[in-house]
Design a protein around this ligand. Structure first.
Ligand code: SF4
Length: 333
């Protein structure tokens, strides 16, 4: 009977979610790991991280699925019922959303309960007792949500009461220290796990600042959100912004993310990055954008020519010098 029981585990790929999935899997429960793609993941080594997660699941005989959640995640970031965390991370709403999506798929998966790597008291806003109760209630998973790392701190859940899972083999971790998880990782042979909270850009102050700026200057779409991950960002007016690449690879990335009515700025006769101008520009903002491009070119202290190109063959030249550091910083997002 026990071998037929299946559970879905929320799987961020971080240490806690890995441990939670293993703790339940080693009791003979078939685990399907759900990795939600919110669109707010760090871009750096993203493909590599996904490969590592898949490999981890394969090695441990866990099924692995990636579930897209971009539009819905953006909606909760814009207006979370339970507020944002320290930055623009709406963790309580985000968890509820992921669990609701998981619940919708339980029948299709043949899963009887859900597993998460949450630890009581680990995060001040989203993992203290009342928040964990809210998450369970609002997701509609009351009694069916097992948190193996803190299970013995909570009343028994349905899988424990029914004897599918032995409560005594689960943990009673709480608080912010990660030492017990690290010890458990050693015991379970879990290695090379990512640092805590490293995967979500919504917990990054610089990214949150850029996102807030976008919210304050609607309209915007998923392409605008994606662009926030790359380059240096400058707000030139309430309707115009400039994004300047930081290296060659980003030049290419910005061109991929360019919209049909964006402007492209680049220096001539010297090396330097290109910039994407998005929004409504006038001659003043075009010149300002050109000056910022020179600031990041090979010889920023001397005047040079910047070309602005737009779809339809529109093209203008700006012989400009760099803006002062003070001006530059006042525009930086
Ligand atoms: S850290 Fe990011 S992905 Fe994780 S719950 Fe919070 S908002 Fe969602």
């Amino acid at each position: 009977m026990k071998n037929t029981i299946k559970a879905i585990a929320l799987f961020s790929g971080g240490l806690d979610s890995r441990l939670a999935a293993i703790l339940v899997a080693r009791q003979g429960i078939k685990i399907v790991c759900y990795h939600f793609r919110t669109g707010f993941e760090h871009e750096k080594n993203a493909e590599q991280k996904l490969k590592e997660m898949k490999a981890f699941c394969e090695d441990r005989n866990l099924s692995y699925r990636e579930i897209p959640l971009r539009e819905e995640a953006l909606r909760v970031v814009c207006s979370p019922r339970f507020g944002h965390g320290r930055y623009l991370n709406p963790c309580v709403d985000c968890k509820i959303l992921m669990l609701q999506k998981t619940k919708e798929r339980m029948e299709r998966e043949g899963a009887s309960f859900v597993v998460t790597g949450e630890v009581l008291g680990q995060r001040p806003k989203s993992q203290h007792g009342p928040s964990l109760s809210t998450i369970e209630r609002e997701s509609g998973l009351e009694g069916m949500l097992l948190r193996p790392l803190s299970a013995r701190k909570f009343p028994p859940t349905i899988p424990e009461k029914k004897g599918w899972v032995d409560r005594e083999l689960l943990c009673d971790f709480s608080g912010r220290t990660r030492k017990p998880q690290m010890e458990l990782a050693r015991e379970l042979g879990v290695e090379n796990y990512p640092p805590p909270a490293g995967g979500c850009l919504l917990t990054d102050p610089r990214y949150s600042h850029r996102l807030r700026d976008l919210f304050e200057h609607p309209p915007f779409d998923m392409q605008d959100i994606e662009l926030l991950k790359f380059g240096r960002h400058f707000r030139l007016s309430s309707r115009a912004k400039l994004v300047v690449a930081r290296h060659q690879e980003e030049n290419e990335r910005l061109l991929q993310l360019k919209k049909s009515d964006d402007r492209v700025f680049f220096p001539v006769s010297r090396k330097g990055p290109l910039g994407i101008g998005r929004g409504a520009f006038d001659p003043g903002t075009e010149e300002l954008a050109s000056r910022i491009i020179i600031r990041y070119s090979k010889f920023p202290d001397t005047k040079a020519l910047v070309i602005m190109e737009k779809a339809g063959g529109e093209k203008r030249e700006f012989p400009v010098d760099s803006p002062s550091n003070q001006l530059l910083e006042s525009l930086r997002i």
